[in-house]
Write a protein that binds this ligand. Structure first.
Ligand code: CP
Ligand code: NVA
Length: 304
């Protein structure tokens, strides 16, 4: 298995993740731009495979790769032989003969693992049903730009205990911040994640009442109530209604707390328009930072 995969934050040491964030800061400031072509005769190619929709991940990876001296190819899995039953293992072997790095967005985390196990080139997790690590690195960059070093700060996750929440749990352990998770018990992150967090001595807590969870928080985070691929929309929305982030909830966090959402957002569901479009919101900075962080991730995968 290629050792330069970017699959999940908990596979990395704190130092490696910090190095990627610091690299992204330098790239964003214009201090330097990686050049992934190096002395190679061809521009490295990023092959992106999507079996779910995407705006930010797709466009930021595409532009990031071009700006650091590479090329890109975007594929929908339904248009590939994968959609007709070719195995992921065979697909991984074939793509490894053509490209230099693969990014996969998939409904099935197991598919990502299989791809990584069989690819001879680095594989990047562009979101699965279980995690979204690239997003969280962009969010940590955003947090630190607004609030300073994230270590020992308090962040509150309000809403569905989903794939994005899972990567925040991994990040809490690696970056040393407190994470309060407030969600209905039935939508809590998987038990194995709580067990992992406990084992890592991570400062992650289940705080069922949203107003308690945001107390002393430097940042309030939420995400959609219905993630891609989920079908039980009505039931989920009913369960999550008490976890909406509105102006009243934001007043219970620190006065200078920021509001984060990875987008796309549904105003009036997980957060009100006054919060998403309000002065504490940094949602478009998060979106921009995807671009800078993707360059640092690609640089790590290709040049590490
Ligand atoms: N936040 C995020 O991953 O957005 P996309 O689904 O548009 O890629
Ligand atoms: N939890 C959301 C994140 C979208 C970027 C989803 O998986 O649909």
């Amino acid at each position: 298995m290629d050792s330069n995969h970017f699959l999940d934050l908990h596979h990395f040491s704190s130092d490696d993740l910090r190095a990627i964030i610091e690299d992204a800061k330098k790239i964003k400031s214009g201090a330097y731009l990686p050049n992934v072509q190096g002395s190679a005769s061809h521009k490295p190619v990023l092959i992106m495979i999507f079996d779910k929709p995407s705006t930010r991940t797709r466009v930021s990876f595409d532009i990031a790769m071009r700006q650091i001296g590479g090329e890109t190819l975007v594929l929908n899995s339904a248009d590939m032989q994968l959609g007709r039953g070719e195995t992921i293992a065979d697909t991984a072997q074939v793509l490894s003969r053509y490209g230099d790095v693969i990014m996969l967005r998939t409904t099935d985390h197991q598919a990502l693992q299989e791809l990584a196990e069989n690819a001879k080139i680095p594989v990047i997790n562009g979101l699965t049903d279980k995690s979204h690590p690239c997003q969280i690195l962009a969010d940590i960059l955003t947090f630190e730009e607004k609030c300073g070093p994230i270590a020992n700060k308090t962040l509150a996750w309000i809403g569905d205990g989903n794939n994005v929440a899972a990567s925040w749990m991994h990040a809490a352990a690696r970056f040393g911040f407190r994470l309060n998770i407030s969600c209905p018990e039935t939508l809590s992150p998987a038990q194995e994640l709580w067990d992992w967090a406990k084992n890592e001595n991570a400062n992650v807590h289940f705080v069922p009442q949203p107003d308690m969870a945001v107390q002393d928080a430097d940042c309030v985070i939420t995400d959609v109530w219905v993630s891609m691929g989920q079908s039980d929309a009505e039931q989920r929305c009913n369960l999550l209604r008490p976890f909406q982030v509105d102006g009243a909830l934001m007043t219970k966090a620190k006065p200078d707390a920021i509001f984060m959402h990875c987008l796309p957002a549904h105003r009036g569901d997980e957060a009100t328009a006054e919060v998403i479009d309000g002065p504490q919101s940094v949602v478009f900075d998060e979106a921009e930072n995807r671009l800078h962080v993707q360059k640092a991730i690609l640089n790590w995968c290709l040049c590490h």
